[in-house]
Design a protein. Structure first.
Length: 323
């Protein structure tokens, strides 16, 4: 099913048309693993993240994804109550041409979930994440999708500039979007802020560095929240990096062409919104946020409950956050 994104709102661009739900849980696609590579830097990283590529050439999904969408993975087996595992959604990390150039191979970015249960401290393993990370070349995977229509690029990307802000595996859609923009010709200004705890957690670091070096007016700025660098740079989160990179960010955000995309752990958007409110002049701020005057004037801490109440993103801001 193809869904056009026509809109009469001049403050929100017309988004790319999408195709959705070609394969459902009742009729999943059968994909085959063609790559399963570690993204993080060896054993020094605090977490384990893998780049997993899947051949979908013999399914209805082939050639139907666009960056910003996701697909469902149905893990085998049953839960403790004997019910089949429910699907989990994973962000596409590929451009519309896929990893292979014709949309027949897609990829995602998966972090192993390893934790403890709160009540008895027994080991907790994320069902889908560990299933995916354990897969071998040639293994079959049941997929659904495509899913998602609101976190995609505009229909005419060259009419816009972009500020992408990611934390952790939230980098996945931006890898695909930046590859897409590069393929279409780098007519847009692009700045990517990427937040992780340590340098060893930077995902696709060399590829993103090469992409930005190859295109004028593209910037890739990592923020390391727990890492003291040799040059004396203090640890910082992405919202702090945004504020400290005003010489790059301010001209971008004062431009009416610019759109903001945020993807990562829930809560990141609050820090970003506060940073925007702190350093953007009012005309530029109104492009992205409508903030209650009392909230804006107050020194009280902002909370997530304020979002969509006293702090309302405009239609030039796109968010995709997860717990």
């Amino acid at each position: 099913m193809s869904l056009p994104h026509a809109t009469s709102d001049p403050d929100r661009p017309t988004l790319q048309p999408v195709t959705m739900h070609l394969h459902t849980p009742a009729d999943p696609a059968i994909a085959r693993v063609v790559a399963n590579d570690r993204c993080t830097a060896g054993t020094k990283s605090a977490g384990i993240v893998r780049h997993i590529a899947l051949d979908i050439s013999h399914t209805r999904l082939a050639g139907k994804f666009i960056p910003g969408q996701s697909f469902g993975v149905i893990p085998p087996g049953t839960d403790p109550k004997g019910r089949p595992h429910k699907l989990r959604l994973y962000s596409l990390a590929s451009p519309s041409a896929g990893e292979d150039g014709d949309g027949s191979v897609i990829a995602t970015t998966v972090k192993r979930t390893i934790d403890e249960h709160w009540d008895d401290h027994s080991l907790f393993l994320g069902v889908a994440s560990n299933y995916l990370c354990d897969l071998q070349i040639g293994d079959e995977v049941r997929l659904t999708g495509p899913s998602g229509k609101r976190f995609v690029l505009p229909q005419n990307p060259a009419d816009h500039d972009f500020l992408f802000i990611a934390t952790g595996t939230g980098i996945a859609p931006f890898r695909g979007m930046m590859m897409e923009l590069a393929d279409k010709g780098p007519k847009s200004r692009v700045t990517l802020l990427m937040g992780v705890p340590y340098a060893t957690d930077l995902l696709y670091h060399q590829q993103l560095t090469d992409l930005t070096h190859a295109h004028e007016h593209w910037h890739y700025l990592p923020a390391l929240s727990r890492h003291h660098q040799d040059d004396g740079t203090e640890p910082q989160y992405v919202h702090e990096l945004l504020r400290r990179s005003a010489e790059i960010a301010l001209p971008l955000l004062e431009n009416p062409r610019t759109l903001i995309y945020l993807c990562g752990v829930a809560g990141m958007e609050l820090g970003v919104f506060r940073a925007l409110a702190n350093f953007l002049p009012p005309p530029a701020l109104k492009q992205f946020l409508h903030i209650d005057p009392e909230t804006l004037a107050s020194d009280e801490p902002w909370t997530s409950r304020m979002i969509h109440r006293s702090i309302k993103p405009t239609r030039r801001v796109f968010t995709e956050v997860y717990a």
